[in-house]
Write a protein that binds this ligand. Structure first.
Ligand code: PLP
Length: 392
């Protein structure tokens, strides 16, 4: 199998799996227990926290709160910011955030009277800065803008955006689920207050994530109960998962050195496809996007059809579509960029990882022209002059 869907999820690193296993069998203690197996578990939890701290570049390990994944980290950030600032009842997001942010905002607006500003993006997925500035006021509790987009890879300039949010006293959260392990984050050097991560996007296990909470940021726990995570996330920790996330974070930090190689492979894929196939557009901000992501829009063909043909050849990719009410439609990200309808249905996302090889990219470039030629059918041929004279 050629796996080019690493923005959906990644293969758990074998070293992470090996590190996790003893935490099911021999080191199965509860980190809160005051005995040997418990303190062994607590030490492993500390170690994993330091690894995630290093991956995001946080100043202190206690700024990391483990969660069940990116969705919970996003929900915690949004709910917490509103809860600690009851006088502020507005939230600012972009139209291309992950559904875990957008659906939460829809519900807050519908059931809890929160006003949500949804800032548009341009045709390359870049935030409308004028609209963003106009939405900011002292009524805003939280701005939540993603570090990098999962579908196009477009990177938002979060540091400057966070400073603008602070200008009106709002907290700033960034969903960095797609950025972690693909870009150096160094969060302590930015103005970001809250930042979400998910281990399965950087070769860690599924169902584990983290929320970075800058020291001094007012915070309210989403889940109530035990005093785990210094009272910031109740519930016995998923220790095997957290240990796996820690090892994956160590590996991801080291693998950042491979970013230029991954970007070069992605560029080779795009150059090869554009040279061999007509009617293809690269989506996203080509000047600032994730090094591993290529979202290509193929004119006059359905992304699902390309995906199915690639799948039949053992090549896994995803499309820029989403299922809504049983129909396959361009995703909210593709729609937000307002790209022409003839290409909006033909979006295919290729997302690479450090495990992607040159041979795999060469194979995709080799098979794709045939698939497109087949799906598009024979090109219209100009009518011979003699027949044209009889026409009409
Ligand atoms: N945010 C972004 C940008 C994502 O791509 C994803 C996963 O697809 C999530 C949040 C949700 O993360 P999780 O699957 O860990 O809940």
């Amino acid at each position: 199998m050629i796996y080019l869907d690493n923005n959906a999820t990644t293969r758990t690193a074998p070293l992470a799996v090996t590190a996790m296993l003893p935490f099911f069998t021999t080191h199965y203690g509860n980190p809160s227990s005051a005995h040997g197996v418990g303190s062994e578990a607590a030490a492993a939890l500390r170690q994993a926290r330091r690894s995630v701290q290093a991956l995001v570049g946080a100043a202190q390990d206690h700024e990391i709160v483990f969660t069940s994944g990116g969705t919970e980290a996003n929900a915690t950030a949004i709910r917490s910011a509103l809860a600690v600032q009851p006088g502020r009842t507005e939230v600012v997001v972009s139209t291309v955030e992950h559904p875990s942010v957008l659906s939460m905002c829809d519900a807050l607006e519908r059931f809890e009277g929160i006003k949500v500003h949804r800032i548009a993006v341009d045709g390359e997925g870049r935030l409308d800065l004028d609209a963003y500035r106009a939405a900011l006021s002292e009524r805003v509790a939280l701005v939540s803008l993603m570090w990098a987009n999962n579908e196009t890879g477009t990177v938002f300039p979060v540091d400057g955006l966070a400073e603008l949010a602070h200008g009106v006293g709002a907290l700033f959260h960034s969903d960095a689920v797609q950025a972690a392990g693909k870009l150096p984050l160094r969060v302590s050097e930015t103005s970001v207050d809250l930042l979400s991560l998910s281990a399965h996007k950087f070769h860690g296990p599924k169902g584990v994530g983290a929320l970075y909470v800058r020291k001094g940021t007012p915070f309210r726990s989403l889940l109530r109960g035990g005093k785990q995570e210094r009272g910031r996330r109740a519930g016995t920790e998923n220790l095997p998962g957290i240990v796996g996330a820690g090892v994956a974070a160590d590996l991801a930090l080291a693998a950042l050195a491979q970013t230029p190689r991954i970007a070069a492979l992605r560029d080779r894929l795009e150059t090869g496809v554009l040279a061999r196939i007509g009617g293809v557009t690269r989506l996203g901000d080509l000047g600032d996007r994730l090094p591993n992501t290529s979202a290509l829009a193929f004119d006059l063909v359905q992304g699902e059809a390309i995906q199915a043909r690639l799948n039949a050849l053992g090549i896994a990719v995803s499309t820029g579509s989403a299922c809504s009410s049983g129909a396959v439609e361009p995703s909210h990200v593709v729609r937000a960029m307002k790209i022409h309808f003839t290409v909006a249905h033909g979006v295919v996302r290729f997302s690479l990882s450090a495990e992607t090889t040159e041979a795999e990219i060469a194979r995709v470039i080799e098979v794709l022209p045939g698939i497109l030629a087949d799906l598009r059918g024979p090109a219209p041929v100009a009518a011979p002059a003699r027949e044209a004279a009889h026409a009409g």
